[in-house]
Design a protein around this ligand. Structure first.
Ligand code: B12
Length: 412
């Protein structure tokens, strides 16, 4: 899924609103050396690196190059992984912003630039005034609490500024892969569920709805950039039926298709029909397992039957269903994994995917199992490789996944 990084677009909008000259360097289509040359030419006072699981190695490599090329530049990291492991980054960068940095990071930049400071002067700023700031340097130890911005505050925020992205390149890729031009949008923040494997580092469990006027102003902006389809990136977009229905009524008639994540509970057929009429063509359901015992281990708080029923209802409403499954959960058996393969083949699904559990920093699974070793560092994206000792034979699991995927393809 190629999507312009929304976190950077969000911060760019806030920075520009405060008058800070800002440029977003999107790594999606860049080469390492190209990015390095661009940064050298631009000569920024502050470089902010946005990073998450899977990007650590590249982030640290880039930080190292920036340090070498621009020794007076302050290097800051933020995003999901630095939020959970700030100290890992402060070995390589000057400061980390944890959590929602919309207000605190831009204010920090204004103050830093106003003092014409250099990284060595960091201690001269009133560092305890910036939410989520984490600094660990000679004599400096700052670890400020994170914030979750309230709904009224969110409504006053500028729209993400997508002007620095290469939209033609994104749209070309999407057009080729799916026939439409898709980009992401975030309408609600946070998730109230407590699934064992999930990490909600930035938005946490405080659910907030963005004001729909703002969301639709953003949709206008997105349409103006030539996109015709949205991937709604919310953790639980279908959680609140009233908000969802209001969204559907407003997007209907805009000739915009969309897809989103949903859950196996809390949604009924009339709402699904409304979603369909409003352009929703596909939902992604974390069905996770065909075994109730495994769902309980995952603290998923759904039943297998709810998953079956919701899949059927979405299909009845004319919406495609893609399902995610996790196989080889700590504590599960070969028999329960087979239940999952059986369920995936029995349901009227349009797409399936199987993953082994990855102990994501910030999840209770991670706390229980401990982190994968540093050398591997979650680089095994989308591979069937256990990052911790498991009784399940990887070669067997890989074979069974391949067989199930083949059987699924043959059935369609
Ligand atoms: C969209 C998305 C993707 C897109 C990313 C596209 C892109 N270019 O952005 C795609 C589909 C590619 C993707 C892939 C993956 N993702 Co993802 N993704 C998301 C999702 C749904 C939304 C992200 C988003 O747009 N947020 C909106 C913006 C506004 O928020 P933000 O980026 O966090 O930015 C804010 C702060 O973090 C901070 N900030 C961010 N950057 C910076 C930089 C600086 C300098 C500062 C100061 C602050 C700062 O300020 C911003 C404003 O408040 C999140 C879930 C979520 N709710 O966040 C998961 C999430 C980030 N992904 C996650 C994971 C695990 C993955 C994968 C590993 C999944 C997989 N197995 O394949 C891969 C990894 C890909 C890779 N890194 O190579 C996890 C990360 C967990 C963690 N602890 O890091 C999350 C939290 C979902 C989850 N619970 O599992 N993902």
């Amino acid at each position: 899924m190629l999507l312009p990084p929304l976190g950077l677009a969000t911060l760019a909008a806030h920075l520009r609103r405060l008058g800070v000259e800002t440029k977003v360097f999107d790594g999606t289509f860049a080469t390492f050396e190209g990015m390095r040359a661009d940064l050298r030419a631009y000569r920024p006072d502050i470089v902010g690196l946005s990073t998450m699981v899977g990007l650590t190695r590249n982030t640290l490599r880039l930080a190292e190059r920036v340090r070498a090329d621009l020794p007076d530049c302050l290097i800051v990291a933020g995003g999901p992984l630095p939020t959970v492991f700030p100290a890992r980054y402060t070995e390589h960068v000057d400061a980390v912003f944890r959590g929602e940095a919309d207000v605190s990071f831009p204010r920090f930049c204004v103050d830093y630039i106003a003092r014409a400071a250099s990284p060595a002067d960091l201690g001269e700023l009133a560092l305890d005034g910036y939410a989520g700031l984490f600094v660990q340097a000679d004599g400096l130890h700052v670890d400020n609490p994170v914030v979750h911005h309230g709904e009224r505050e969110l409504a006053s925020f500028p729209l993400p500024d997508r002007s620095d992205f290469d939209h033609a390149a994104y749209q070309r890729e999407w057009q080729r892969a799916s026939g439409c031009k898709v980009t992401s949008l975030l309408a609600t923040l946070g998730c109230p569920h407590t699934c064992d494997f999930c990490s909600r580092p930035v938005f946490g469990d405080v659910v907030r709805h963005r004001d729909l006027d703002t969301v639709f102003a953003e949709i206008d902006q997105i349409r103006g950039l030539g996109y015709d389809s949205l991937w709604i990136a919310d953790d639980t977009f279908t959680l609140d039926a009233t908000y969802l229905e209001a969204f559907c009524r407003r997007i209907a008639g805009l000739s915009m298709t969309w897809s989103c994540l949903s859950r196996a509970d809390g949604i009924d057929l009339p709402t699904m029909r409304l979603m369909k009429e409003a352009g929703c063509w596909r939902v992604y359901l974390g069905l996770e397992s065909g075994s109730q015992a495994t769902l309980d281990l995952m603290r998923k708080r759904i039943t297998v039957e709810q998953g079956v029923r919701t899949t059927r209802l979405y299909r009845e409403a004319g919406i495609e269903v893609a399902a995610f499954f996790i196989v080889g959960y700590p504590g599960e058996t070969v028999a329960s994994i087979e239940d999952t393969f059986r369920l995936a083949l029995a349901l009227p699904l349009d797409e399936i995917s199987f993953n082994v559990p990855v102990p994501l920093p910030g999840s209770t699974l991670f706390e229980r199992l401990g982190g994968p070793d540093e050398g591997r560092d979650w680089e095994q994206e989308n591979e069937i490789t256990f990052l911790y000792p498991s009784d399940i034979d990887e070669a067997w699991l890989r074979r069974r996944i391949e067989e199930t995927m083949r059987a699924f393809a043959a059935k369609r």
